[in-house]
Design a protein around this ligand. Structure first.
Ligand code: HEM
Ligand SMILES: [Cu+2]
Length: 642
């Protein structure tokens, strides 16, 4: 693609970058597949960072009177561990699947807004860097991932003080401003993904023919559209309380101390489904393929996903029973919470029905998917026990809760993500991800996971509080805490195996071919890895499991096997010219998404200072942002002659 530009020559500044390989090609890419890979790599890096933080926490708690960390370090570590896992690891890992797999799965050539897609990635990356820059600027956020105000905001706002770096205020600003930046990335992504799914499906792919993963992605991105603005407002208020003498949450100034909790959890509970629904989508793809059966109860799976999303906005106060809402509110939220277990149970039965009587192939992807079903069920059941208010009073803020949410988030989401990586790795790289070491990865994760988190139920019921940096001997907590710490190192080792597996398989793995799993959905019809334009010919969809139908359509009593990669077969001679790959025009690269993101990043540092410097920083950020936005708007296409 020698970007030959004719007169009138666009100004140098606005010319499209044209490097196709190397560092700058990644920086300027707008290809959904490359952005997906950027998301994966970045999110896994954050996953490892948060994992190391977890190990430090576990070492500190391995025995009584831990001396490895002081209380301040401990508070920063568990806060950043939770924040990082949720906002910088699991959400962007899902985004990696949305970006890479989803357009292929619906037969699109790209997402609806390719440059917005790049913007979303850069805003996420810079948001993560922004939050972590706190290490050098007075310490990391330390109020827990839900950072309850007014505890987090009552630090004596002092607008004249330009030295906010010094202490608690700056940590809370990193929380409130940093999460706003990261949230913006999710919003941008959500707009893009919803538009892509609703508008760019292959011909014939009606809503009820979409793969379940696509459905769950659609639901998740709708959830983001509704949930992120709520937390954005709360974070904005928090920023004003912390930095500009606001009174939203301060009861002595007429503020409402419970308001933060309502707003946080009105976002926070749907957030749990934002984390888990993509993983549900992944297992709904993996189980049918490796059971050689269509997914059981497709419509039930879809509608239960919608029901979970809808009900998810009505249960937030189950996180607040102990804050004293009163018996009426508590009863109402206990009920709604128990209702939400119904569609969740429906999903579990659908998955069991899918594997029931199937011809099962025990691949690593399948094992992680089964692991999800089992572990998530345990997490879901302990969730129901939280909904029983008197129980909840007992175990709120104990390790029982920590056990519960790790069964859901790690046993659910992370197992699903691993299943997805093993499943789609061949499509992304053209090579299989090693199965032998994969099995080791699975079993070590599974054993380590249960050793780490199952005993937390026990110590929790024995009264061990959450978020304590040490405990005295003699409560009977020592043994299980030691087991938990051993378990956590087994998990760490399994993650190491996984990373080795990925790096090795990417170069030396077995060549995969287009359709290594004998799969059902159309992303397996294009080559592995797909060409830049994804498809030579976009397949027309006539059935739910389109590829399966093409391969095994039962006509007159016998199956007709159509070779995988059927796209080639369709490009008959009569199509030539029209569909010739050279004539498929893909969106051009651009620097501007990164520049816009940089502007936002710079603005974020404004509130940390005061007076002229603050306005100077904000103005600089806005200037960069506007420069990027105008460049973006007026950027010419790198026209080629046709
Ligand atoms: C998918 C992976 C994981 C997710 C999503 C996750 C999420 C979280 C969250 C949200 C918190 C709450 C932080 C807070 O109270 O503000 C937390 C705390 C914690 N996590 Fe994880 N975590 C994951 C993996 C792990 C692993 C592998 C370990 C152990 C090696 C671990 C150990 C802990 C510990 C010890 C705490 C502190 C509990 C407390 O003091 O309240 N987590 N995690
Ligand atoms: Cu909840």
């Amino acid at each position: 693609m020698s970007a030959m530009t004719e007169a009138p020559e666009p100004s140098r500044l606005l010319r499209r970058p044209s490097k196709e390989t190397g560092f700058w090609s990644w920086v300027t890419t707008v290809d959904h597949k490359r952005i997906g890979i950027l998301y994966f790599v970045t999110a896994f890096t954050f996953f490892v960072i948060a994992g190391i933080q977890a190990l430090l926490i576990r070492v500190q708690l391995a025995g009584p009177d831990g001396q490895v960390l002081n209380a301040d370090q401990y508070n920063q570590l568990f806060t950043m561990h939770g924040l990082t896992m949720i906002f910088l690891a699991l959400m962007p890992l899902s985004a990696g699947f949305f970006n890479y797999v989803l357009p292929l799965q619906i037969g699109a050539r790209d997402v609806a807004f390719p440059r917005l897609n790049a913007l979303s990635y850069w805003v996420f990356l810079l948001g993560g860097i922004f939050i972590y820059s706190s290490i050098f600027l007075g310490g990391m956020p330390d109020g827990g991932w839900f950072n309850y105000a007014p505890l987090s905001s009552e630090v004596g706002p002092d607008p004249g003080n330009t030295d906010v770096y010094a202490g608690h205020a700056s940590r809370m600003l990193f929380y409130s401003v940093g999460l706003q930046i990261v949230g913006l990335a999710s919003l941008i992504q959500a707009v893009n993904m919803v538009t892509t799914i609703l508008n760019m499906r292959a011909p014939g792919m009606r809503l009820m023919r979409m793969p379940v993963f696509t459905w769950m992605s659609l639901v998740t991105n709708f959830l983001l559209l509704f949930a992120i603005p709520i937390i954005a407002v709360a974070l904005w208020q928090l920023m004003f309380d912390v930095r500009f003498d606001g009174r939203y949450f301060d009861p002595t100034q007429g503020g409402d101390p419970i308001l933060w909790q309502h707003m946080f959890w009105l976002f926070g509970h749907p957030e749990v489904y934002i984390l888990i629904l993509p993983a549900f989508g992944i297992v709904s793809e993996v189980l049918p393929v490796f059971s050689r059966k269509p997914v059981f109860g497709y419509s039930a799976l879809v509608f239960s996903g919608l029901a979970i999303a809808f009900l998810g906005f009505g249960v937030w106060a189950h996180h607040m029973f102990a804050s004293g809402l009163g018996p009426v509110a508590n009863s109402a939220f206990a009920l709604t919470t128990m209702f939400i277990a119904v569609p969740t149970g429906v999903k579990i039965f659908n998955w069991l029905g899918t594997i029931w009587g199937g011809r099962i192939r025990f691949t690593t992807a399948l094992m992680f998917a089964l692991g999800l079903v089992a572990m998530f069920t345990i997490g879901g059941l302990s969730g129901v026990t939280h909904a029983i208010v008197p129980h909840n009073y007992q175990h709120t803020d104990t390790y029982y809760v920590v056990a519960h949410f790790h069964y859901v988030l790690f046993g659910g989401t992370m197992f699903g993500i691993f299943a997805g990586v093993y499943y789609w790795f061949p499509k992304m790289t053209g090579r299989m991800l090693g199965e032998r070491i994969g099995k080791w990865h699975f079993w070590l994760t599974f054993i380590g996971f249960n050793l780490t988190f199952a005993p937390m139920h026990i110590v929790g019921l024995q009264g061990m509080p959450r978020r304590i940096d040490s405990y005295p001997a003699g409560y009977g907590w020592e043994f299980w805490n030691q087991v938990e710490t051993w378990g956590s190192f087994i998990i760490a080792f399994s993650v190491l195996l996984f990373l080795i597996n990925v790096v090795w398989s990417k170069r030396h793995g077995e060549i995969a071919g287009d359709d290594p799993w004998d799969a059902r959905t159309i992303e397996w019809m294009t080559t592995s890895p797909p060409p830049q334009h994804d498809w030579d010919v976009v397949p027309e969809v006539t059935a739910r499991d389109e590829l399966w139908h093409r391969k095994y359509a039962v006509g007159r009593g016998r199956g007709v096997r159509v070779p995988a990669g059927a796209s080639h077969d369709h490009a008959g001679p009569e199509d030539e010219g029209e569909h010739h790959p050279e004539h498929i025009h893909m969106p051009d690269r651009s620097f501007y998404p990164l520049i816009v993101a940089l502007g936002i990043f710079v603005m974020g540092y404004g509130p940390f200072t005061g007076g002229a410097l603050m306005w100077g920083i904000i103005a600089t950020g806005i200037a960069i942002l506007l420069f990027g936005a105008f460049g973006w708007a007026f950027e010419p296409t790198a026209e080629e002659e046709h």
